[in-house]
Ligand binder design. Structure first.
Ligand code: FES
Length: 335
């Protein structure tokens, strides 16, 4: 027994087996969970690939290339899930192992350059680790252990001409995969677009009153329920939005570079306005508002915050930053 294990530690296929099994599980799980989660392909969901791409376009060094991905996110989402499952299956079966390793490296590289690009410090990005975790399998393949590649090689040796058949099968399988993705993407073009450019979720817009109260999100601003903006001095901050545009029980997304890249103005109770910087404290993606009960989610790594901005689950470890606001006539203004 001891002798057998000593021998195996010198065989690269056995040494790589735990890594192969781990990568197979992770990539198959990743691909299946994307298809099983109907929010991933739903362009209106903050957890969709569309939302993720939109969130990282301005942060990524390849953001300029992401336009087609965002425009055809359904097709790319299906393609990505299928590619992850194919890589996982290749690792599991030891089938076309080097090709699967190249595919896994491509996926990890694309994720590193997009959703993981802002990781701090940079070497903590899991996608960067996956990128290099495939390199032994790229170099050595499955090493002939529990491997369909080894079985095919034996068959090929026994049947002259099998290599040519194998090449034909690879080309055919690749063509079918590309054609399938093209058909799915084409069908996506005919789907009714569910993308939201500005989200106002969770209720009807209020009949904003110039005298409605301002709930400031930091001390020094108007207290919740007060009937007027502080009167000692007129608010001078920029107008974020019209109060009438913020739905009761919902939130309004606002872009105002004087305050933050993106701001969510909420009105969880009638007349109670607050504002939050949408920048996720993890790596800087813009969070999306789901509902008053479900709060905010980050499309990049799914950090979850309640509707007041308090972090519920990571990887973010701190709350969304509040922005002090006040009602000024019909407007919501930062102070
Ligand atoms: S940027 Fe990573 S969870 Fe938000």
């Amino acid at each position: 027994m001891t002798e057998m294990w000593r021998e195996r530690t010198h065989q690269v296929g056995w040494v790589l087996l735990p890594l192969r099994a781990f990568l197979a599980f992770v990539f198959m799980y990743g691909g299946i969970s994307k298809i099983a989660d109907n929010r991933f392909l739903d362009g209106s969901s903050p957890l969709s690939i569309h939302a993720s791409v939109a969130a990282v376009r301005n942060l990524s060094p390849i953001g300029g290339l992401l336009g087609p991905v965002e425009a055809h996110s359904f097709g790319f989402g299906v393609l990505m899930a299928a590619a992850e499952m194919a890589v996982g299956l290749g690792m599991l079966l030891g089938l076309f192992t080097r090709i699967a390793a190249i595919g896994g490296m491509g996926l990890a590289l694309s994720l590193w350059l997009t959703v993981s690009w802002g990781a701090q410090p940079w070497f903590t990005s899991a996608d960067l680790v996956y990128l290099f975790a495939f390199t032994p399998l790229l170099i050595a393949g499955a090493g002939g252990v529990l491997s369909a590649d080894a079985w095919l090689a034996q068959r090929r040796a026994a049947q002259p001409g099998a290599a040519e058949d194998r090449t034909r099968r690879i080309v055919l399988a690749g063509g079918v995969a590309v054609a399938g993705a093209a058909i799915l993407d084409g069908s996506a073009l005919f789907r009714r677009s569910g993308h939201k450019t500005t989200t106002a979720a969770g209720g009807t817009a209020p009949t904003a009153s110039p005298t409605s109260s301002a709930a400031a999100s930091s001390s020094g601003s108007a207290a919740p329920g007060s009937s007027k903006a502080p009167s000692s001095k007129a608010p001078t901050g920029p107008v974020l939005t019209a109060a009438a545009d913020v739905p009761v029980g919902g939130a309004q997304k606002v872009t105002n570079s004087n305050v933050a890249d993106t701001v969510w103005v909420t009105q969880l109770q009638s007349g109670q306005f607050k504002a939050l910087d949408a920048t996720c404290p993890h790596q800087g993606c813009a969070v999306d508002f789901v509902s008053a009960s479900e709060g905010f989610v980050c499309p990049c790594h799914q950090s979850h915050f309640d509707a007041t901005g308090k972090v519920l689950s990571g990887p973010a470890s701190s709350n969304l930053s509040p922005i002090a606001v006040v009602v000024d006539g019909k407007d919501i203004r930062s102070t």
